[in-house]
Design a protein around this ligand. Structure first.
Ligand SMILES: NC(=O)c1ccc[n+]([C@@H]2O[C@H](COP(=O)([O-])OP(=O)(O)OC[C@H]3O[C@@H](n4cnc5c(N)ncnc54)[C@H](OP(=O)(O)O)[C@@H]3O)[C@@H](O)[C@H]2O)c1
Length: 163
């Protein structure tokens, strides 16, 4: 990014970023914060995992690219279920969904915005309402710590899929 910035202004970076996938915080985020570059997060719901709708024994269709997502496999997936169980009471307290909680946490991070994917208009409307969730600084930190149940076990590879 430093090299590219020699040739023109960089307005935004589009990395994978969510409560369960946070490598950007270690590499590009400090540079983005310092240089006022927007972080436009893709897969902010970890491809739907953060909605909490997939059961512990869910099997993805091999044609679905989620079948190759590292977060949706093996121990990562089981850790994600543990983390989601800890997030549920916080969402319940705020009368919001897990998706809204995860998106609000994300857009509260420095320079962060979310491209929340949606298959149906209802999902898009519900996801947009994440901006209405109100969480205290303590709650954001609590959610942060819960996310680390998953992220502390990931390596630095920023590619989310085993293609
Ligand atoms: N720059 C890049 O390399 C790159 C890579 C990937 C994606 N993107 C962009 O980022 C966008 C979002 O990423 P993404 O689609 O990978 O992941 P995401 O936003 O984390 O997850 C989106 C999926 O989660 C499910 N979902 C979303 N909201 C929901 C809700 N309220 N309730 C229940 N399920 C919900 C939907 O799938 P189901 O209903 O099928 O479960 C939806 O397709 C994409 O549309 C794309 O524009 C960019």
């Amino acid at each position: 990014m430093k090299e590219a910035a020699k040739y023109g202004r960089i307005d935004s970076l589009q990395p994978p970023y969510s409560l369960f996938w946070r490598q950007v915080e270690k590499d590009a985020m400090p540079y983005c914060v310092e240089n006022n570059i927007s972080i436009i997060a893709y897969s902010p719901l970890a491809q739907g995992l953060l909605t909490g709708k997939f059961a512990a024994d869910h099997k993805f269709d091999p044609q679905d690219n989620r079948a190759k997502n590292k977060l949706l496999q093996g121990e990562n997936y089981q850790r994600a279920q543990q983390a989601l169980d800890k997030l549920r009471p916080i969402a319940h307290r705020h009368n919001c969904t897990l998706a809204q909680l995860a998106l609000f946490w994300l857009i509260a991070q420095p320079q962060a915005n979310a491209i929340a994917g949606a298959r149906h208009s209802e999902q898009a409307i519900a996801n947009a309402k994440s901006a209405d969730v109100k969480l205290s600084e303590n709650e954001l930190q609590e959610i942060d710590a819960i996310g680390r149940i998953v992220t502390d076990h990931l390596d630095d590879n920023s590619v989310m899929w085993n293609w």
